[in-house]
Design a protein around this ligand. Structure first.
Ligand code: DGL
Length: 267
């Protein structure tokens, strides 16, 4: 492993490409290996044990590809599996929850923060614990929004039905008068405009993808392992349906994706 080694990023499927997009914008010189676990998506409705099994297998695959760092782009896997991965994987592993929480804690003036995510992420209480760890006086309100992921996968970012569903999910949260809301799921940045319309301009939206990109930049700098290439290379692996990933992935990544390879993971 050296400075030219790639950064490994993984997610349950396509969603983590929003994280990869933020990372490549900030760190264009870095080589990146992305793994989308398309055979097992969604993680958001699965148990801790099952998701952690997938997360471990993917991390071992990435380590075999000599990555210098692993980003758990999936909020659900970060919530369930990060502690286990940190213990069992020999390269630094970071998840989206710490960075997203730090950004929210820094942003909130009235010390009231909302978190939205998958059922798994919200039930785990991972954001609540992390925010309280960083600042005990911040009040946290959370809401699972399980229909958001399928809406995004359909490409219905600002359809009427999407806005109605956003309103329905966020009614209770809006009553709490939070000034900050964390998008605690890889897919939600694609609903950012519609969410902002529903919650109004006075509530700041925290995108965990941008938060983690900054954390990665600092970590590579501190460890003196930044790549010095002109332009980083990007490689994509999935566990199923590479063609679908290429087609939809371009929307999440904001750029064309080609040569996606399908691999089978060792258990
Ligand atoms: N990647 C997941 C997350 O950020 C959303 C999709 C899923 O449920 O697998 O929580």
């Amino acid at each position: 492993m050296n400075r030219k080694s790639a950064i490994g990023i993984f997610d349950s499927g396509l969603g983590g490409l929003t994280v990869m997009s933020a990372v490549t914008k900030l760190l264009p010189k870095e080589n990146i290996i992305y793994f989308g676990d398309t055979a097992h998506v969604p993680y958001g409705s699965k148990s801790n044990k099952v998701v952690t099994g997938f997360a471990l297998a993917i991390s071992k695959f990435l380590v075999k590809h000599d990555v210098k760092l692993i980003i758990v782009a999936c909020n659900t896997a970060s919530a369930f599996s990060l502690a286990d991965l940190k213990k069992k994987i020999k390269v630094p592993v970071i998840g989206v929850i710490t960075a997203g929480s730090a950004m929210a804690v820094k942003n909130t003036k009235n010390k009231r923060v909302a978190v939205i995510g998958t059922e798994g992420t919200i039930k785990s209480g991972a954001y609540l614990k992390e925010i309280k760890k960083q600042n005990k006086s911040v009040k946290v309100f959370s809401q699972a929004c399980p229909l958001f992921v399928p809406l995004v996968e359909e490409g219905w970012f600002d359809a009427k039905i999407t806005k109605d569903i956003i309103k329905e999910y966020l009614t209770e949260i809006l009553k709490k008068k939070t000034d900050t809301i964390i998008l605690g799921c890889t897919h939600y940045p694609l609903l950012k405009k519609s969410i902002q319309k529903v919650i109004g301009g006075n509530v700041e939206i925290i995108d965990s993808a941008i938060a983690i990109a900054n954390e990665v930049k600092n970590l590579l700098h501190d460890k003196n392992i930044e790549n010095d290439a002109k332009q980083g290379r990007h490689v994509f692996y999935v566990s199923d349906c590479p063609e679908k990933f290429e087609k939809l992935g371009s929307i999440f990544f904001g750029k064309k994706i080609k040569n996606v390879k399908k691999v089978e993971l060792e258990k």
